[in-house]
Structures are given as C-alpha cells and as structure tokens.
Design a protein around this ligand. Sequence first.
Ligand code: ZN
Length: 174
Amino acid sequence: MLVGCCDSRAAPEIIFDAGPGEIFVMRNVANIIPHKSSQDHGIHGTTAAIEFAVNGLKVEHIVIMGHGRCGGVKAYLAEDSEPLSESDYIGQWSGQLEAADNPIRFKAMNRPELDHCGMLERTSIIHSLENLYSYRFVKDAVAAGTLSLHGAWFDISDGELEYYEEEKGTFIKV
Ligand SMILES: [Zn+2]
C-alpha cells in the first residue's frame, strides 16, 4: 500500500513505474495518517483504506510518501491563508501537521536559511508512521511480522526519491 498526496506531480504509479493492480494507493491532502484518537467521530476515508489494506488485502508493506513543494504543508505554514469554505475542511485536516511541526518550529523560525516546508514534509511522514501504530490492527500485524512500515519523500523538482532510515532517524537518497 502507498499513502501519497493528492498533488498530481507526485503520482505513485509513475514514480514507481507500476501498472494496474500492483499498488494499492490511497491519496489525501499532504499524505497524513490521522491518529486513532481523532477518529472516534465522523466518517473516515483514510482509515477505511488502511483497514481494508491491512485486514482485507493483507498488504505486507505500507509506504507513506511525502513530496517536495507540498501545497498542503505550505498552506499549513502560511500565516495569511484564508479558509476555502466556511467549513474549512483543509484547515482542519492540515491542522494535524501541528504535532509534526512542534519539534522543528523553533529551530526553523530562528534559522531562516532552513527550508521549513521541506523539514515539515519529512517530519510529517515520521509522525504519520507513528500514528499508524495507534491502530491496533496495524500494531498487531507489525508485531506478527506480516507488515512493515516505510517512509519516503519524493523530490518533484529533480525526480529523486529519499527513503526514511528509521534507525538513523533521517532520510537517505535512494
Ligand atoms: Zn502535497
């Protein structure tokens, strides 16, 4: 299974040169996995897709793939962005990035030479991987050795892919 962003420039099947039937893809704004604690109310497409992939299709891998110049991440960081409707669905959705931004915000604000957007695109992937563990069926499948979780970041400007090395806690170019 691949969890990607809606951005048409980060199309998983093209990046991985995959044909029909090869990857179960779920895309949402800024490739975010909500924490289970936020899922008690409402109807949830993202969680439903994960549940189906893990318990129905029994996928062996879930890759969360973020990408460069992500509009969802950029909109979260923009202080002057206006809601697109009175419901502000995107604002509520991308507000989930706050937890991933908290550890890096201070550093990014004090060092303007750093690419805050690029940093958040990556920490958000790590945060979403952690959120995947909040679902018991994911945790159980990982513990049983039937499922592994991965993070990746695609640079849309030069076509390079980075893989998240969990042991080192960093993204490495593939
Ligand atoms: Zn995006």
